[in-house]
Design a protein around this ligand. Structure first.
Ligand code: SF4
Length: 112
């Protein structure tokens, strides 16, 4: 069974209910088509800790990421909200992705 989490932008939280991510997960569409025909569970739906917070300077963010690991999360999907209008990834998210990679968690760019 695959253990999967989603990780998104805190700023997007002001307007985002997470419904599009959850719909894609429910229907195993968009970035989640890879889980068709495979048992997969969602371990978390988490947000970053805001601009400037990285696993190196934010104990809370590090704790959050460690929780994903302790839950046995194998793959973390970054939402589209973690990229700007030009498609460039947020630098804090890039660092979070590097932390996850070092801790044995696969990172996938994309949810819905
Ligand atoms: S650090 Fe990046 S992902 Fe987090 S709130 Fe700021 S822009 Fe969004």
């Amino acid at each position: 069974m695959k253990r999967v989490a989603m990780f998104n932008c805190l700023k997007a939280n002001e307007v985002c209910a997470g419904a599009a991510c959850m719909k894609a997960w429910e229907t195993k569409t968009r970035s989640f088509t890879v889980y068709r025909g495979e048992e997969a569970v969602l371990t978390a739906f988490a947000r970053c800790n805001g601009c400037g917070n990285t696993p190196e300077n934010s104990a809370g963010l590090k704790e959050k990421l460690e929780r994903l690991v302790s839950e046995g999360t194998e793959v973390v999907h970054f939402g589209v909200c973690t990229r700007n209008k030009e498609g460039k990834e947020c630098p804090a998210i890039t660092q979070i992705g590097e932390w996850l990679d070092v801790h044995g968690v696969e990172v996938v760019r994309g949810t819905h």
